[in-house]
Design a protein. Sequence first.
Lengths: 272, 327, 267
Amino acid sequence: MSDAAASMKYGKCFSLGFKAAFEYRINFLFTVAGAVSPVVIQTVLWIALYGQDPAATLFGFTFAQMVAYTVIGQLVNRLVRTGFEYELNNDIKSGTLDRYLVKPVGYFGYRLFSFLGDKLVQSLLMALLLAAGVIALVCTLGFSITPAAVVLFIISLAAAFTLNFLLFWCVGLAGFWLTEIGFMFEASRIVIITLAGGIFPISVFGARAERILALLPFRFTIQFPTELLCGRIPSQEIAPAFGIAAIWIVVLTALSQFLWRRGLRRFAAVGS
Amino acid sequence: MSIIQLDNLCRNFTYYEKQAGLRGSFKNLFARKMITKEAVKNISFAIDEGKTVGFLGPNGAGKTTTLKMLSGIMHPTSGSAKVLGFTPWQRKKDFRMQIAIVMGQRSQLWSDLPALESFDLNRAIYEIDKVQYKNTLDELVALFGIEQQLPVQVRRLSLGERMKMEIVASLLHRPKVLFLDEPTIGLDIISQQAIRDLLKRLNSKFGTTVMLTSHYLSDIEDLCERIILINHGSVVYDGALSGVNETLAGRKTVRLILSEQPDVRRLSAYDGFREIEGSCARFEIDRAGVRAFSLRALEELPVIDLTIEDAPLEEGIARLYRGEADE
Amino acid sequence: MIKEIFKHLKVWMLLIRINFMSQMEYRANFVSGILMEAGFLIGKILYVVVAYRAGRQIMGYGPDEILVFVGGFVVLTGFYAGLLGTNLFQLSSLVRDGSFDMILVKPLNAQFFATLRRSEIGALAFDVIAGVAMVVIGLIRLGIGPDILLISGWSLFIASGAAVGYAIWVAPMALVFKIVRADAIAGLVDTFWDFNNVPMVVYNKIGQTIGLFVIPIFVVTNFPAIFALGRMTPLLFAWGLAAPFITCFIASLCWRAGLKHYASGGN
């Protein structure tokens, strides 16, 4: 298949995902509301905790830094969030996976580009929200960001998208082996998000946990991009961190291909 | 006194048009075109107690919509109806306690458990006295011959057996009126026949008034003396089955595949010739005349393949509608 | 009227039994339902972790008191997840493929049947056990011994909270008849639900007023803890008893409007 033809096919998947996202406009409104509420709850909590002395540090953050983390982290959380694992599981369970296996577009590619297409709509709007959030932070809390930080942030987002996609791709593949997995996705999501610093920064778990989690892939989906934007990562740690992220992308890609092949074998043998 | 009575019942649906393509999606964000469909147009008829009536029509004719209005699920746009003296869409409790509806594609049974458990649930829902429940259940089990299937999980039953269970579940409270919406849809021929036998026995045993919709003529043929034919939301025929049977089922479509393309004029000489497509010629012949026609065609034409099918229901109904019915 | 209520209770008990039997057929399903609750529990416990590790009070509430709060929250989440959740999740597909008709035709209150038909006792049990454990541990650490009065009062407000919670979940679900994409609606209520991760005093006066009297999410989980920790006031006490009736009434109004829309062939 020529490159042009391939990219046209993937492009079509992209536009389908884009269209679908547009269709559910009310759904989107609710998603936005769903992002705002945890920020409100946590900010209120931090106001109460920092109480009298906002200059104090809790878990390594000053009040301003903590609020910034909360706002930006939540937006990044929403941004990298996936949902395709349900469709993937559905395709496996209902057997319609067959349909995709004979199509010229690879299933992995189909899922990935549908995901990205869906995300593009969301990203544009999330970017607006993010910009608004940052402006608010700058005005109220004296928060500041540098252009370099923004650039690094965008690069790290690419890694975050990829890693999160791979993580949930692997989670979704469990549908080949486990019968009723649908409920597991939300539980898995919470665990992954927790370990990624998507609810509270990882430092609330203590120093030792923090060191371990720094080496795992989860952090790179939420904590790392967020801290990059906030300028909280010391410059000498940035490159090594990207290195770890890159290694995990490779590892997870290999794992996902392995699981996919194994899963397909089982799918063909057992059916759904 | 009719137990079911409809007067000028109407039901319109309005919905938005959805255009294809990305541009269409954009457009839909701002301005959408509204379309009105008249699903049921001024329907009136009455059914007496204890009768079994067939409600027949092609897909989209308005059968299910009418049934939904009679069972209280849907409000009409205009007109009135009375079932058992109640206005169905007021959904009074006493009304719901005396009717039952079985819909071909929808289940009320719990699929992971034996049907008995769902029956027991219905017993509580319909407030059936324990003794009466047992009697009714025993009667139905005997009537339908389902003793062996009772302890089996519903999802393990065949489609036909499942439909039997659905019907039993709906009869436990001895409803006065039973609505059956496409009960044999999706079933194989043998199961369809089994359900029809079952409904025949039901009629004589319990005296339930049954309103049966279907788009299979054979369902109605077996069970109903009276048939109401509906097409495009209007009643096309309401009367004895015998009056219409010949019209509907009397025609057969005969297709001939010929080894050489013959002269169209030559084919037109045969009564019932409709069209020719490539080397396939289509004829509509009366059931009675099929044999004579086939013999003649096989002898006179270069036939290499011959198929005989029922003429589509729509054609029969269309002819009725146009008034070309022959009795 | 009373007879009807008893009938519905009896049918409900039967439904819970049927659901349990049905789920035992799929033990993996049963287990994963519990695991899902465990996942959500982690999300809630994180707030307790923060409270303990921060080493300071939150608006006058120490970490042990936060534990009591969140424990009650977990119990009430169990009621939602165990009794209400599946039904709400399924509702939009029932409406979409017309299976909802089968609910309407039965001589039962349609709202009751549609919202309580399915249940997951496993999830309920898990949350109730985890939540009660948290409350007991917190109370013991505070030196408040659970006595009959405390247990009764706590349970009473749990029941009140459950009823208010029911209303808050069910009222917006009536939108399903108009919009049909109910998972978005459920997500929205979900986020409101999470406001109970912290005691209501953490919010400012306006927020507390809204959360108590306008959309009474705080009534759902704050009151059992407030009672157990001896922070109850007469106003809150009265409201805690009145709110369930008012909110459930409003919810049934919403539902009735939604049903009317459905019966008029909406969507």
